[in-house]
Design a protein around this ligand. Sequence first.
Ligand code: SAM
Ligand code: SF4
Length: 448
Amino acid sequence: MQPNSSNNKWFPKTVYIATYGCQMNEYDSELVRSILKKDNYEFVTDELAADIVMLNTCAIREHAHRKVYGRVHSIRHARGKDNPVMIGLLGCMATNLRQDLLEDRSLKIDFIAGPDSYKRLPQLIREASDEGRKSYDVTLSEFETYSDVYPSRTQGGVNAWLAVMRGCNNFCTFCVVPYTRGRERSRSPENVVDEVRRLAAEGFKQVTLLGQNVNSYRFEDHDFAYLMDEVSKVEGIERIRFTSPHPKDFPDRFLDLMAANPKICKHIHLPLQAGNNRILTMMDRTYTNEEFLDLVDKIRAKIPDIALSTDIIVGFPTETDGEFEDTLQVAAKVGFDSAFMFKYSERQGTIASKKYPDDVPESIKTERIMRLNEIQKEITHLRNRAHIGQIQTVLLEPYPEAKNPGQMPGRTDGNKLVILPLGPYKGGDFIKVRITDATPHGLKGHPV
Ligand code: SAM
Ligand code: SF4
């Protein structure tokens, strides 16, 4: 900490930020960096050297939540009395648990800022440090999109995350996002395209458009297809990805654009959540398993080489063995290239937490996720093996050579990881690669 020349008080100047959860949180941490750097804060990579440690939290599952509590205690413990530190919580957990966090004396949180309050961080920090009072702002906004903040990105210039919309109006019964991130709102296409142009000028090759519900993007008369088309016109950006979409918003117009536009990567993350119609209704996902399978057929008819990934929840309240089998069947029918699998975790404030007791025992959830995992691993391996012998265009990722000596990682258009022998290339190069081998985790190949 440094003395403040005007009143000889000590005030914090160095910041360490740790990010939990999704890419949206990664992006938000970049916004926070930008906002605080403007206020002359300096970011450090050593947590022990920081005056302020901020945790950008996730509230999506209990596990994420517990990790944050553990981290706060371990920071306090590591620093002791002689090396004080301010601790701030940002993100979804902040919104959801403001009261608990401020009142929990053992945690000693100094300030809290929800996802729509990051512009107020300099003020919140000042209130907490100068006046020694706990400060917070977790107000959700109907308008805040941070379109006037250019994120301070730390990644090495190949892929840039870019939030085009924030919030969610869907209220799936298990999900806390609509409560922690508020209502849907989108940035104007011009504003997004301006940022993409700037990224291209800085040498980025790929942008990933982000939103909790990204394909529900709407600004005045412009939909997500329009936005993607505009972004794809930016010279220098060669690949465009998006995540996470909802299955309800895939009009033909958008799929036709995806099929025709070589810059839009042929990969869709299509969250299934469950394969049984009673559970899907209880989740309020607004589609049946038949409709989901029809959508997959339509996507594959229009874009035959599409890679599909998904999210699946096991052990939603009252889910029976038979209903879980339906999920396995749908997953096998689709043959997803990869899947994120979660045990249902009751979240405070959600519709499910009020209507449906979390009655599937933990042991059953564990059994189900292990079975799903086993089956999905085989499917992923099979899908990966189908690429052996193909020539794929691979975008090399920035790689710390020391981590895997003699190897370079890259991604196919379908977002599959390819490991290559080290060559005269650098992160950001596109190279043609022959796929020589496949595992359940990715591909191996040689430049051709
Ligand atoms: N917007 C996306 C969609 O419509 O599916 C998902 C975004 S959510 C932040 C990421 C994933 O976390 C969800 O797809 C879901 O599988 C999982 N998830 C959300 N709430 C959960 C809960 N209460 N328990 C377990 N998994 C959950
Ligand atoms: Fe949560 Fe996604 Fe449903 Fe929105 S669409 S409530 S973010 S799972």
